[in-house]
Design a protein around this ligand. Structure first.
Ligand SMILES: [Zn+2]
Length: 176
């Protein structure tokens, strides 16, 4: 393991050499990630290893760990979100190569010979964030109904008074 981290690396050359890095990065350095965070303090730990697989592809495997603070989309409070993600990547030169990869690994498109090491870490963390972060129901500060639940409640109200629209549709169908 090397302790000095380069900013940019040539992933194919490192794969030939079997180079590995590990380190820690301040979350505040990861601009794209920070846009999704409620608090940008804290760090991420990572390790990456470059190697050639049995098809001679340049591959990257590793791990990214961090504890992110997201904003709950229900109560807007802080949501502590631990991430412990495994990297399994293949370096590709043209997008079409992505189709030839095994299901388990994701493509990293590196046209030239330069890949920003921290981009790997940042991308992995961004991928790990849920699309709509929310506390568990019983842990949330506000017991707001989700839009789905509100629609459901309205439909239940409708059923009590007005005729069921589906029953009307069913009537049309049987007349044909
Ligand atoms: Zn909440």
């Amino acid at each position: 393991m090397s302790s000095r981290l380069p900013e940019n690396v040539d992933p194919r050359r490192l794969a030939n050499q079997g180079t590995a890095y590990s380190g820690t990065v301040d979350l505040s350095q990861l601009d794209r990630l920070c846009e999704a965070l409620k608090e940008t303090s804290g760090t991420a730990q990572f390790s990456v290893e470059f190697y050639r697989d049995n098809r001679k592809r340049a591959r990257i495997k590793g791990q990214v760990k961090a504890t992110l603070v997201l904003e709950c989309q229900r109560c807007l409070g802080s949501l502590i979100y631990p991430v412990d993600a495994e990297l399994d990547l293949a370096v590709i030169r043209v997008p079409e190569e992505a189709d030839t990869l095994p299901e388990s690994c994701d493509p990293v498109w590196v046209e030239e010979d330069s890949l920003r090491l921290l981009d790997l870490v940042e991308d992995e963390l961004i991928l790990a964030i849920p699309h709509v972060p929310r506390h568990e129901e019983d842990a949330c500060d506000v017991s707001w109904k989700s839009p789905d639940e509100e629609v459901q409640a309205e439909q239940e109200n409708d059923l009590s008074g007005k005729p069921n629209p589906f029953a009307v549709l069913a009537g049309f169908k049987s007349e044909k």
